[in-house]
Design a protein around this ligand. Structure first.
Ligand code: SAH
Length: 258
């Protein structure tokens, strides 16, 4: 069933309104008419099955048939911190990460970044990235759009580590080491060392094409991150976050089945 994310104020006690691009999409693309049903979410706490009352290309009004439980969200809130990659690779990370179940994205700067950081250009890209996250969340039937944070400096990223319950730093050097720690071991060690936390906050840090310097790895470790390998193959930067996220969600029992 089609899903739309709307702003909280588009919800009233017994109805919802679609406006702008969503109204256009519902009316022109989906050819919605009175009586048609779809799902609407405010991206936070409310998700409802609604039935259309009136539709035009600028406004669709619908009444709430049933409030739905937002149960497609993973129990673990996993944030992907991605060092800015080249070209439009970040779009892929956001699109696929959203489908799989990422909680948030934090683009950040690091030493061996290949792209020239340009604050003005990035602000524009954030708009585009937000749109990609919204569309991917709708497509994946999520009840929440992942948060997209502003580009962090390396310092800001390191300082944010303390706010998470578990931080994994993807380090390809570790992947080569015979005794490298993988996601499973890191998660096991963390679970054994903590009182089980409901909805833990996990941060997955991924380098850009140039990887990380030893100094960056040491700084992240000193701040509380666990260095992990993702196997003995070197993954492209846009692959590493998707794989790390999937491994974490698998370990949390999230990827389907019992
Ligand atoms: N410097 C590397 C490539 C970096 S890969 C080189 O050119 O050889 C980009 C990022 O993906 C890395 O910084 C790391 O965070 C992650 N990554 C890729 N493969 C990985 C692996 N096998 N284990 C852990 N992290 C990996």
């Amino acid at each position: 069933m089609q899903r739309y994310f709307v702003a909280a104020e588009q919800f009233s006690d017994n109805g919802i309104r679609l406006v702008g691009e969503d109204a256009h999409h519902a009316f022109r693309v989906m050819r919605t008419k009175p009586g048609d049903k779809f799902i609407v979410s405010d991206g936070q706490s409310r998700t409802a099955l609604v039935a259309v009352i009136e539709a035009s290309s600028t406004l669709v009004t619908a009444e709430i048939m049933e409030m739905l439980h937002a149960d497609s969200e993973p129990g673990w809130a996993i944030t992907i911190a991605q060092s800015l990659p080249k070209g439009d690779k970040m779009e892929l990370v956001i699109q696929k990460g959203t489908e799989i179940g990422a909680y948030a994205f934090v683009p950040f700067q690091s030493e061996r970044m290949v792209v020239q950081y340009d604050a003005k250009k990035e602000a524009k890209r954030i708009d585009r990235w937000s749109k990609i996250a919204k569309e991917a969340a709708e497509q994946a039937h999520r009840s929440r759009i992942p948060t997209l944070e502003a580009v962090h400096s390396w310092r800001e990223l390191i300082q944010s580590i303390a706010a998470y319950d578990l931080v994994l730093f993807c380090y390809e050097r570790e992947g080569h080491a015979a005794h490298g720690r993988g996601v499973r071991t890191a998660v096991q060690e963390w679970i054994n060392s903590t009182d089980l936390i409901r909805a833990p906050k996990v941060l997955l840090i991924v380098g850009s094409e140039g990887g990380f310097t030893d100094r960056e790895a040491a700084e992240a470790e000193a701040a509380g991150a666990v260095l992990v390998g993702l196997g003995r193959r070197i993954l492209r930067t846009e692959t590493a976050g998707i794989v790390g996220l999937t491994c974490l969600l698998y370990e949390s029992g999230e990827m389907g089945g019992a």
